[in-house]
Design a protein around this ligand. Structure first.
Ligand SMILES: [Fe+2]
Ligand SMILES: [Fe+2]
Length: 367
């Protein structure tokens, strides 16, 4: 995945670009437990949502989205310093590209889902919201892809739409999963941004300078899903749904932990301790999620971190088994998956904290 050297002819460069695009797209097309997924849902059911119970907050949020505060933000300007991709340590380079590809895929997966909702819907409130959100995610994905292109790689987004497998989720699961991923997205971007504000010597790529305004988009998207969940109290209050929320919180947090711990060099370069960073992102997300979720995971519980580590070890064992192949590889893979599942069950069973979400759901980004 090296950038074409100046010595290559124009034809070779073009060929290298095609090969690189192919590899990176293959990376993004792969569906594993950890890679960002593409979702589809019951668009008709979602189109029937009546936002009357939250009308006042809804109109205020949509007016803010319509004003498009980040319209001119996702463009390279003088702050975009030259990136020395060739001089970058190869391990860092590979992990950073992996980070960018996975972020780009996640952004684009939001774009595809939101655009489809807009296209299929007839409810003006819903269509307007999804139109603005698709607009934002397309910009985010495009901006990351621009950064990747400088490294001689790019994700072929058009191809991805066709080739990637889609996971069907009922609308309520879309709410839980997407609400969480938007708020986590906010927490991740702002935590990195604040850290680099204090430690600018670790800012090894200019894209991090764009994270503050960027994360405000994600924050608003999360607000929209919080409002959608508030239109129907059952979604967050029935005991079954509380269990689902608990499941999604555990799944989303633990997946993030495993994914981040696979990128040691990337976090080293940022000067970030991964355990600290993940706990910090969970903490911010949990504080925000009090706006709508009646339960919160106890991330300071003595079983929390040990089981996250166990789950990570199990997943690594699965990967090693898969690579080894054969019967012993298969057994290793199975043993790893049992280990990871047990750790997940252990995390899920940690007693949760209960709370009553406030009457007014709306929040402003405060971190
Ligand atoms: Fe985004
Ligand atoms: Fe978003």
């Amino acid at each position: 995945m090296n950038a074409p050297s100046p010595a290559l002819s124009a034809h070779d460069e073009l060929h290298a670009e095609i090969v690189n695009t192919f590899d990176t797209t293959a990376m993004a097309t792969e569906t594993t437990l950890l890679n960002p997924r593409f979702y589809t849902t019951d668009f008709e059911e979602m189109d029937k949502v009546d936002v009357t119970p939250v009308r006042k907050e809804w109109d205020a949020l949509l007016a803010q989205m319509k004003s498009d505060p980040n319209k001119g933000h996702f463009k390279k300007n003088a702050d975009w310093d030259k990136v020395d991709w060739d001089g970058m340590d190869p391990a860092l380079r590979s992990e950073f590209i992996d980070f960018l590809v996975s972020s780009c895929t996640a952004e684009f997966s939001g774009c595809v889902l939101y655009k489809e909702m807009k296209r299929r819907g007839s409810n003006p409130d819903i269509c307007e919201l999804f139109n603005y959100m698709a607009r934002d995610e397309a910009r985010h994905a495009g901006f990351i892809n621009d950064a990747l292109r400088e490294a001689g790689v790019a994700v072929n987004l058009g191809f991805l739409t066709k080739a990637k497998k889609y996971t069907y989720f009922r609308p309520k699961f879309i709410y839980y999963a997407t609400y969480l991923s938007e708020k986590i997205g906010y927490a991740r971007y702002i935590t990195i941004f604040r850290h680099l504000e204090k430690n600018p010597e670790h800012r090894f790529h200019p894209i991090f300078k764009w994270f503050r305004e960027w994360c405000n988009d994600e924050f608003s998207h999360g607000e929209a899903f919080a409002l959608l969940m508030r239109t129907d109290p059952k979604l967050t209050q029935s005991w079954q749904n509380k269990l689902w929320i608990r499941f999604f919180l555990t799944a989303v947090y633990s997946t993030m932990w495993v994914r981040d711990h696979a990128r040691k060099d990337f976090h080293n370069a940022l000067g970030v301790d991964i355990d600290w960073y993940d706990q910090e992102v969970f903490r911010k997300t949990s504080i925000i999620a009090r706006q709508v979720f009646p339960i919160e995971l106890d991330i300071d519980h003595p079983r929390w971190i040990p089981n996250l580590r166990r789950m990570n070890d199990g997943m690594l064992e699965m990967e090693r088994g898969q690579k080894a192949g054969g019967l012993s590889g298969w057994l290793r893979h199975k043993a790893g998956s049992v280990r990871a599942m047990l750790a997940f069950a252990n995390l899920f069973l940690i007693p949760v904290k209960h709370q009553t979400p406030p009457a007014n759901v709306r929040l402003e980004p405060a971190f």
